[in-house]
Design a protein around this ligand. Structure first.
Ligand code: ATP
Ligand code: MG
Length: 521
């Protein structure tokens, strides 16, 4: 073939390849086309491209031409002992001898092989092999041509790697944005929304698609805002001056449904290389939990200080009265005073125990001491104890005979009954009957404590098991209590594997019912 024809064909092939390189074909497809062009151009019968796999440390076939897949494994000897250190002086030792073996084994009538390096800089990333069935070596010109194909193939690998890096980076970023629990919003410099993630869609009620293109303040609407600048006010004032100036806005975000959510938004500017503002990235964090914790802390402090103050001031009052030196107290007065002091001291001790229990419950360190116990007997014992405390109430227990033995922590279950009975007494100021009833279910016992007291509205029933919750009415204001009893009761029942619930009607009375599992043997 004449040189110029060669050149024209080569040019056509290379054009074809550069088109393939710039189109969106997969690396495998680009390598396949390069290999086909190279093989045809050099009048080869077959060709291979092997790429180095850094993980396995071996060369593996990534494209083949003119070789049936079933025969590919015969070519494996050609892929070993490839020197990787210096692509410029590349040569595979014993290539021709190995070729003879491969040819014999594969039976394809191959007689000549040439192998050329695919290099990116100093890094050997692969090898291109062309096989011929006719004898005679490859001319210098042919080697040159094949090297240009090998270079194209190396570029294709390089591009593919870059592309892969960029696209995994992008996928990672997308995944972070999409799945972030924080709301994220990307704004253009004029504060129109480029995108928001799912979390922010949930927080604002704006679907992702609908939010796009809107103004920031259409989607981020404040029901209440902490003192400080909003994004709009800050921008009007010249924000951001540099990439380090971050803006923080906190308040209650208005959802499209009308509900609100406590959030803190951090706005960070993104500048391009010329120092122009490109984007503003907003990170929206739900701080409800944080706010709740803050609120719980202040409730805790106010409840506890109030609850501590009452007994302490009573104790202090009686103690200082009794120790007045200018008065001679009769014995009865002294005993009465001492009784109040003792009772109030007991209340303090009880409150402290409750607080310790709550702390243990929250830390998950409340341990139960299980033993076999007769719940009906326990109920009778607690009932007896409370009978002496209130003359206005009739306390009745009702358990079927042969009530089954259960496994439980006796002291803790006594605490449950004591709390429920003390509530029943406390919240039925006009007296009445208090009944403890036991029943046997399939896998559990069920116990109810009911009173004929002031009762609870449905809304109050939802809240009474929460820490520090007390119904706000005249009665709770004049009785003592920290709102911890039912929280502890529920925790103990649940730690036993049981459940507890309340049924009540305001003015008629209240029934608390719980179950405790029977052991399964
Ligand atoms: P503590 O038990 O910590 O001394 P407390 O009795 O106020 O204080 P809980 O036992 O947790 O706290 O009860 C919470 C609230 O539920 C009470 O303040 C009361 O308003 C309401 N409540 C509890 N039991 C009854 C009941 N039997 N009838 C009516 N209201 C009740
Ligand atoms: Mg109570």
């Amino acid at each position: 073939m004449l040189d110029y024809e060669y050149l024209i064909r080569q040019r056509d092939y290379l054009l074809d390849i550069s088109r393939a390189l710039t189109s969106e074909l997969s690396l495998n497809e680009v390598l396949r086309r390069i290999l086909r062009s190279a093989t045809e151009m050099l009048n080869g019968k077959a060709g291979l491209i092997a790429l180095f796999d850094p993980e396995g440390g071996t060369f593996n076939v990534r494209a083949s031409y003119g070789i049936q897949p079933a025969l590919l494994h015969f070519f494996a000897p050609l892929l070993t002992d490839i020197p990787r250190d210096d692509p410029a002086s590349f040569s595979i030792p014993e290539l021709n001898r190995k070729m003879q073996l491969v040819a014999r084994a594969a039976g394809m009538g191959l007689r000549q092989v040439i192998a050329l390096p695919m290099a990116i800089g100093d890094e050997l990333v692969g090898v291109v092999y062309i096989f011929r069935s006719q004898g005679g070596g490859f001319s210098r010109n042919e080697v040159r041509i094949l090297q240009s194909f090998a270079d194209q193939a190396a570029i294709a690998v390089h591009n593919a790697r870059l592309y892969e890096r960029v696209s995994t980076e992008k996928q990672r970023l997308d995944a972070i944005l999409r799945h972030s629990a924080d709301g994220i919003m990307i704004l253009k410099p004029d504060k129109t929304i480029e995108s928001i993630n799912l979390a922010l869609a949930r927080m604002t009620g704006w679907p992702v698609e609908k939010a796009r293109g809107r103004q920031h303040d259409e989607v981020i609407r404040w029901a209440r805002r902490e003192p400080g600048l909003s994004l709009e006010e800050a921008v009007a004032g010249g924000w951001p001056l540099s990439e380090h100036s971050v803006l923080y806005v906190e308040g209650d975000l208005l959802h499209t449904s009308g509900s609100t959510l406590s959030v803190g938004i951090t706005y960070a500017p993104l500048f391009d290389e010329q120092g122009r503002l490109r984007n503003i990235i907003a990170n929206v964090r739900d701080i409800t939990k944080f706010k709740e914790a803050e609120r719980a802390k202040s409730t805790f402090i106010s409840v506890i200080s109030h609850e501590l103050k009452t007994p302490v001031s009573l104790i202090k009052g009686y103690a200082s009265t009794l120790r007045r030196e200018d008065v001679e107290w009769d014995r009865e007065t002294v005993l009465n005073g001492l009784q109040v002091i003792e009772e109030e001291a007991d209340k303090l001790a009880q409150l402290i125990d409750n607080l310790l229990d709550v702390t243990r419950l929250q830390a998950g360190t409340l341990k139960l001491k299980f033993s076999s116990l007769q719940f009906d007997e326990l109920a009778r014992k607690v009932a007896d104890k409370f009978r002496t405390q209130s003359a206005a109430h009739t306390i009745v227990t009702s358990f079927p005979p042969d009530f089954p033995v259960i496994q439980g922590d006796e002291q803790r279950l006594e605490q449950v009954l004591s709390n429920l009975l003390s509530n029943a007494i406390k919240y039925s100021p006009d007296g009445g009957q208090i009944t403890i009833t036991g029943e046997v279910l399939d896998n559990a016992i069920q116990v109810s404590v009911s009173d004929e007291g002031i009762g609870l509205s449905p809304e109050q029933q939802e809240l009474i098991f929460e820490r520090f919750y007390r119904v706000d009415n005249a009665l709770t204001r004049e009785t003592q209590g920290a709102g911890l009893g039912l929280y502890i009761v529920r925790s103990i029942i649940e730690a036993h594997g049981g459940t507890i619930w309340v049924e009540s009607e305001p003015g008629k009375g209240t029934t608390f019912t719980f179950t405790l599992p029977l052991s399964q043997d």
